[in-house]
Write a protein that binds this ligand. Structure first.
Ligand code: ADP
Length: 261
């Protein structure tokens, strides 16, 4: 018996399959989000990775931005799914900072993993993966190279514009002025962290703190956030997959509840 969580985000589809003992059997991230064949392909790829077939999946929970367009047994908000997964992975955590493709969220949970409060930035690309993508493109780097490039920085070139479009022009001006690209990348990391930190300050940051979402793969941004918020922050091994893991944990829970009825 297997249970599937699918997190259909703005830029990526993530799937996680667990067994009845909550062991992760297979998980995949596909860089195509909602509104396309991404979710179905991510589903097929994850089944194949686990050597499973459709009928092995007893219950499916969909979460994320595109969850309502997917035929699952149940849909659950991404905030609840993140809380569920993080409480399962790190019992002591009380604050989750999630930086995804087009939004950033700060979620406070209690000792039972229940959501107590959250704040969200979904109006502006600053402080999201979109900002990082735009800057990486302006610098002609792959997203996955940005972390190691920042390590060569000797300073952080200030990026003062909050607006992504103006910040991109600023980055191009710094390049034209001969600034070291590693310094610019370090400045970009700082700019994202400042933006997310200002969102976090609308809630009390309570220890322990975990960073999730695709952007959490960049340790430079995690370190900048740690520096600004002055709290230790950890990232799960697969920070982009925690929403899907939480959905899979809910799938198991609802399957057991419905079976008892
Ligand atoms: P969503 O749920 O909105 O689709 P995700 O949490 O899946 O968002 O994160 C997607 C974002 O992760 C992308 O916008 C991209 O900017 C970012 N991302 C992907 N890979 C990396 C990486 N190696 N380093 C930093 N950011 C990354």
């Amino acid at each position: 018996m297997y249970f599937l969580g699918i997190d259909i985000g703005s830029v990526a589809s993530k799937v996680c399959i667990i067994d009845a003992e909550k062991n992760i059997i297979a998980q995949k991230v596909l860089g195509i989000g909602s509104g396309s064949s991404g979710p179905q392909r991510a589903f097929n790829d994850t089944l194949a990775a686990g050597c499973l077939k459709d009928s092995d999946i007893k219950y499916t929970v969909a979460t994320g931005y595109g969850r309502l367009n997917y035929a699952a047994d149940r849909e659950i908000s991404e905030i609840s799914c993140q809380a569920r997964a993080i409480h399962y992975l790190f019992q002591e955590v009380r604050t989750i900072i999630d930086i995804g493709g087009q939004d950033a969220k700060v979620i406070r949970i209690n000792e039972r993993g229940q959501v107590q409060n959250f704040v969200m930035n979904e109006k502006c690309a600053a402080g999201t993966g979109r900002f990082l993508e735009v800057m990486a493109r302006a610098l002609e780097y792959q997203l996955s190279d940005m972390e190691s490039i920042a390590l060569m920085a000797t300073k952080k070139t200030p990026i003062s514009s909050i607006c992504t479009v103006f910040a991109e022009s600023e980055v191009i001006s710094h390049l034209a002025a001969g600034e070291k690209t590693s310094n610019i990348v370090a400045g970009i990391n700082r700019a994202i962290a400042v933006r997310v930190a200002s969102l976090s300050m609308r809630l009390d940051i309570t220890r322990e703190v975990v960073l999730t979402g695709g952007v959490a793969q960049n340790k430079g941004i995690l370190n900048e956030l740690q520096d600004i918020l002055n709290v230790p922050i950890v990232a799960p091994e697969n920070p982009q997959l925690t929403g899907a893991l939480g959905a899979a944990l809910y799938a198991l829970e609802y399957y057991l509840k419905e079976k008892q009825r």
